[in-house]
Design a protein around this ligand. Structure first.
Ligand SMILES: *Cc1c(COP(=O)(O)O)cnc(C)c1O
Length: 223
């Protein structure tokens, strides 16, 4: 497993660097999250040995089961849909949440963080493809919602997360995301991250201006 993982990470880093060059970015300018959902603790341990520090998980219980095995030198990113009844677990174990998309859940996360005296990093999920099956706020509501999230004491607004649809609209939605993010940053300069790009589209994402990518299968293999 180690050899394969190492080859995958090397090849990914090469491709990130290459895409980054076209927009004057280095490997280190692109924040990499290794999406470890449905992969074992052993996978995560090996990836950590190979220099990966940020891992993404979609399910609260799975996040907890994994996070308790690692020290604070690993950062956990919750990238799955948020449910109120899971807010406590997520607040406790995640360092980042990428899927804040409504007031109720933002309040719940804020309250749970307050109880344990923690400040959590958060991206607002924006439904850039306007698909009813996807979470995220409507792009036109971003600035108002961002002001609300930014005012919360235990949430650090860090940027936005998008899941552009694959296929012919992919690039256009990425460009729209970039413009939307620029608008956000002009009001909230600390919301510096555009979390965009997965195994299937991370190079287009980087070229379009993403500075944070979430890659699973290309690192760990098929799920
Ligand atoms: C699973 C997942 C990813 C990673 O997808 P891969 O195709 O494995 O790279 C990224 N973002 C979100 C929100 C996911 O749910």
């Amino acid at each position: 497993m180690q050899k394969e993982l190492e080859a995958n990470i090397n090849s990914l880093n090469f491709r990130i660097s290459k895409a980054g060059k076209t927009v004057s970015k280095n490997l280190n300018d692109i924040f990499l999250i290794a999406v470890s959902k449905k992969k074992s603790i052993e996978h995560i341990t090996k990836a950590k040995e190979l220099g990966i520090k940020n891992f993404g998980e979609n399910y609260a219980q799975e996040l907890e089961n994994k996070a308790i095995n690692f020290d604070k030198d690993v950062n956990w990113h919750f990238i799955g849909p948020l449910q109120s009844n899971k807010a406590k677990i997520i607040a406790k174990h995640a360092d980042w949440i990428h899927t804040i998309d409504r007031k109720k859940i933002a309040e719940k996360i804020n309250d749970e963080c307050k109880k344990i005296n923690k400040i959590i990093n958060a991206c607002i999920q924006v439904n850039i493809s306007n698909e009813s099956t996807k979470g995220g706020i409507n792009p036109e509501n971003l600035l108002v919602f961002a002001k609300y999230v930014d005012s919360m004491e235990n949430i650090n607004l860090k940027g936005i997360m998008v899941l552009p649809s694959l296929g012919e609209n992919n690039k256009k939605q990425m460009q729209d995301s970039k413009l939307l993010h620029e608008e956000l940053v002009s009001v909230f300069p600390h919301a510096e991250f555009l979390s965009m790009g997965t195994t299937n589209d991370f190079e287009t994402a980087i070229v379009s201006g993403s500075n944070m990518i979430r890659v699973g299968e290309l690192i760990f293999g098929k799920r």
